[in-house]
Design a protein. Structure first.
Length: 287
């Protein structure tokens, strides 16, 4: 690849909407999302996309790990081969990055099977991208996600961050809900990502390009908007809503320090805290 960005797969795709060089696009990146599939970057990284949209000093980069060949298909896409579907998904991801005015969109083109098997090349690619971009804020899949490929990508990304020099690691790393909600998280581990009211149309535009999914019956666009609205409404029982949408994320910073617990230990700790919080509420009320 150009300018020293040598990714594992020759079929990997790098798209820079405003045609800057790879070095320029990487150097200006402040926010990055690493998602398993096409459209995951938009679902888990929308907070970062919104923060960077039209900002002069903030830029968002998306990294999509898998090739899209295993995508579900129906309607006008039902007879497409894996190769054809992968091409459609790649184009859709590029369209989303152009709408969101990303600094860069990288599609690594790994198969889901290789990612779930613990592909070493993925770890190397992610380490390389993180070193080159040095994002301050990093959005990953939640470690409580129920999708196996999401978990595999999040695990690889956490490992890649830990391989970076301390001064090159992000200052904020969060795991954002997609396939499992995170409203239950203890307050000390829960991160609330507000979605500004004036950015809701941007969310619709970003997800609307994924016709191969929402046009085939998976209305991610409606589901994401509904979840964000529900999160905002039910986030506090004692005051009126101060914003029209938010996402929940788990704080992953404890996992990217040198003395970090294992992912399994951190998960166990948070689940125990949740159990203790629920029991304590009953004790307070005298039950």
């Amino acid at each position: 690849m150009a300018e020293g960005l040598k990714l594992a797969n020759k079929t990997a795709d790098i798209y820079i909407p405003d045609n800057k060089s790879i070095t320029q696009a990487a150097g200006r990146t402040t926010h990055m999302a690493i998602g398993a599939h096409q459209d995951d970057v938009e679902l888990l990284g929308f907070h970062g996309i919104g923060c960077c949209f039209k900002a002069k000093d903030r830029w968002f980069t998306g990294v999509t790990v898998t090739d899209g060949k295993g995508s579900p298909r129906s309607g006008r896409y039902v007879d497409m081969s894996d190769k054809e579907m992968a091409s459609v998904r790649r184009i859709e991801q590029r369209k989303a990055s152009a709408i969101g005015e990303y600094s860069m969109q990288v599609q690594l083109d790994f198969s889901s099977q290789s990612v779930k098997a613990g592909c070493g090349d993925l770890l190397k690619d992610l380490e390389l991208l993180l070193l080159q971009h040095s994002p301050q804020t990093l959005y990953l899949h939640s470690i409580f996600d129920s999708h196996p490929t999401h978990i595999a990508v999040a695990t690889a990304a956490i490992a890649a961050v830990k391989k970076l020099p301390l001064n090159r690691r992000p200052t904020k790393v969060v795991g954002v809900e997609i396939w499992s909600s995170l409203d239950w998280l203890p307050d000390n581990a829960k991160v609330i990502l507000h979605a500004d009211d004036d950015k809701q149309h941007l969310l619709a535009a970003l997800l609307g390009v994924y016709d191969s999914q929402i046009g085939g019956g998976k209305r991610y666009d409606l589901a994401q908007r509904g979840r964000m609205l529900a999160n905002a409404t039910f986030s506090c029982a004692n005051q009126v809503d101060s914003y029209q949408g938010c996402q929940y994320a788990v704080n992953l910073m404890p996992l990217v320090i040198d003395t970090a617990p294992s992912v399994e230990e951190y998960i166990s700790y948070l689940l125990l805290r949740y159990q203790q919080d629920v029991v304590e509420r009953y004790k307070i009320n005298g039950y």
